[in-house]
Design a protein around this ligand. Structure first.
Ligand SMILES: N[C@@H](CCC[C@H](N)C(=O)O)C(=O)O
Length: 260
């Protein structure tokens, strides 16, 4: 079969997007990992299916797979890319409502960025020298100095496979404070098993952890990644973080067909 695909990137976190409203693409771990392979396939950190909505109020449904071919939890950058794709396909104009594995999301598209509403966060766990936040995907967060010098793949994989997480895995973020309400984050992603250039649920988790740790005082936080800048804004009510929005650029890079 010839598979028609679109390649997207959101701050360097890259994805294969497939319009699967006609339901022709069936989940196939081996095929998805080959399509995501940078030598034998198209190359991507993950693959995303845009499906017909299951709920009447939605514009579409998002189904996300990591580069290892397995379906996973929420992808924030992928969520921003699929909203851009939905606009390209003419499904939406400036606003979107869609359902992903973690629930309902709202989004807006402008020429310069896509803003995506993330799920509310009720719990920030304090660990030994680290934080844990589930922002749709599970994130371990370490605040550190000299983040550019860290071997993210080696240190991240050690944490991802340790006894605390080895059953389900975790994404690992190394974060340096670079200014007032400004941070630099580097992320080891579960399912890619390597550092990616950016992680949307990762920076969301980092912003909430930074606020909770008293390292940030504003409710809009700027986070640089290897692939560009993302902004996270939120409101805190008691212990509850709500109205969380992740904003940043998303771009269609190319489209093509691949034999599979
Ligand atoms: N790149 C993503 C996160 C994708 C999911 C993650 N690898 C996991 O399996 O938890 C993002 O932008 O949020």
């Amino acid at each position: 079969m010839q598979l028609h695909f679109y390649k997207y990137q959101g701050t360097g976190n890259d994805f294969i997007l497939i319009d699967n409203r006609k339901d022709f693409f069936k989940n196939d771990t081996k095929l998805i990992s080959r399509l995501c392979d940078r030598k034998f396939g198209i190359g991507a950190d993950g693959l995303i299916l845009l499906q017909k909505p299951e709920e009447e109020a939605d514009d579409f449904k998002m189904v996300y797979f990591n580069a290892d071919g397995k379906q996973s939890s929420m992808c924030g950058n992928g969520g921003r890319c699929i909203v851009h794709f939905a606009k390209f396909l003419g499904i939406i104009e400036k606003e979107a409502t869609f359902t992903a594995i973690d629930g309902k999301h709202l989004a807006t598209v402008n020429p310069e960025d896509v803003k995506l509403q993330m799920q509310d966060i009720d719990e920030v766990s304090t660990l030994k020298n680290a934080y844990f936040v589930d922002s749709g995907s599970p994130h371990h967060i370490v605040f550190t100095e000299n983040v550019q010098e860290i071997d993210v793949k080696a240190n991240g994989s050690e944490i991802r496979y340790n006894n605390l997480y080895k059953k389900t895995g975790v994404n690992v973020n190394f974060v340096e404070q670079t200014g007032e309400n400004k941070f630099y984050a580097r992320t080891y992603e579960r399912g890619v098993e390597d550092e990616t250039l950016s992680c949307g649920t990762g920076v969301t988790a980092v912003a909430i952890a930074a606020f909770e740790a008293g390292l940030a005082s504003k409710s809009t936080i700027s986070i640089d990644t290897l692939g560009g800048n993302l902004q996270v804004s939120f409101e805190k009510e008691d212990k509850h973080y709500k109205n969380i929005w992740l904003s940043g650029p998303a771009e269609q890079v190319f489209k093509g067909e691949i034999l599979c």
